[in-house]
Design a protein around this ligand. Sequence first.
Ligand code: DMJ
Length: 496
Amino acid sequence: MIVCILLAVGIVGFAAYFRHRLTDGHMHHVNIGFGIGNTLITNENTKGDYVRKMMKHAWDSYAEYAWGADELRPITKAGTHFSATGGLSSTGVTIVDSLDTLFIMGLMDEFHKARQWVATSFKFEGDFSVSVFETNIRIVGGFLAAFALTGDELFKVKAKTVVDKLMPAFNTSTGIPCPTVNIGRKNGGQCEEHKAVLAEAGSLHLEFAYLSEITGDNAYLDKVQIVRQALRKLVNSKGLYSNDIGFKSLETYRDEFSMGGRGDSFYEYLYKSYLLSGKQDTDALDMYEHAIEAQTKHLLRTSKTGLKYFGQIHCGSCDVQMRMEHLGCFVGGTLALSARDTKDERGYLQLGADIAHTCRQSYQRTPVKLGPDDFEFNGGDLDAVSGIFSVKAHFLRPEVVETYFYLWRITKQQKYRDWAWEVVQALEKHCHTATGYSTIHDVYDSNPRLADNQPSYFLAETLKYLFLIFSDDSLLPLDAWVFNTEAHPLPVHGKK
Ligand code: DMJ
């Protein structure tokens, strides 16, 4: 009886809370799937609430010391500039990247302050070049998710304004965009680079497709369809895609293959484009399955101690290097998410779980219980630890907790929540400062030096995935929302 009363009070309170949130200010009601099972919002003692406090601390510190700058330097207590999205001036990347996390966590005062800044101070103009990829995943993705969650037209307008300035990058002979574009010049200026990067060219589809959907203008989708068809032609006889590709002519510059940086989100976007389209885009699924099959055949290795990982190839005649990057850990989640749409559901799911296990080992085998940026597999006790040429820093990246998130949602095995909580504790112990969270120099140092950077993706992705792991599945259900590679949720076609 008491339980029923408490439950009823909780449901009413919870519903009222979100009715208030979703109808506040410029927003109209949008169903983002909050369910009555989600008690995290009102229960102060939960792990989800704890993660929300981490977000508030990261955000408040940014707001106090770096407001309007791209990212916070928590030790210097100053703002820093991220040239990939803003040339010489800042575009408030942390603000735009954080909008949806603030909203999802119910940090509404902070969200409204961020919205106000977007309305009055966000500028994307000047005679400078930006990275098409970084601008797309962080700024465009941030605005689009904010629009999808709130229905606030301001965010749609901002997303369109930014993408329209990226469009000249696609005026190449292949349709593959120039990696950077001068946003101050009508024709985009001279494209100075000679080559493009697979992950960058291949990680535009979700945002451009959704922008076409909400504006009714197919110009955006058309561009990325052309990119897809061009990339498709670059596959080699083994079914592998090189990370170094041409955009002036269809060619590959170097046989570099990996699931890590420079390749990673190309694979992620193939599957997620299928998902976002409401499973209409079967071309994307087909390319994804073939690409995973080829990567599995030619790059997947099992270490002597039984850890599975995707190795890397750096030249045509080179052997597979026995190393993996933190960035490549995302694939455990994508494999798990995609499993049921593939011809080998059990195989994909198992491999996703194996990658999660390997990536956790890279965290477990350090004194600080946070993983290095890359690690090697040399046999015996040296598996999944950094070598002499590895980057031993921890950059507050999301990929490992991202994989825990998908595996938790899909398998419901408690260990993924436990592993995520281990990460929370390690972050608190080693990266928490009085003024935000900091990357650290060396995860093999039990008292690591702080590296003085709080990347925007820590707020956009790492904290969001951690929060969602401890939330109910009805908060952004995976059959209705697709997360872009910066963890910005976009609604599945036909579900909203
Ligand atoms: C993020 O900006 C995105 O996840 C991107 O796809 C690659 N890596 C960073 C964070 O590690």
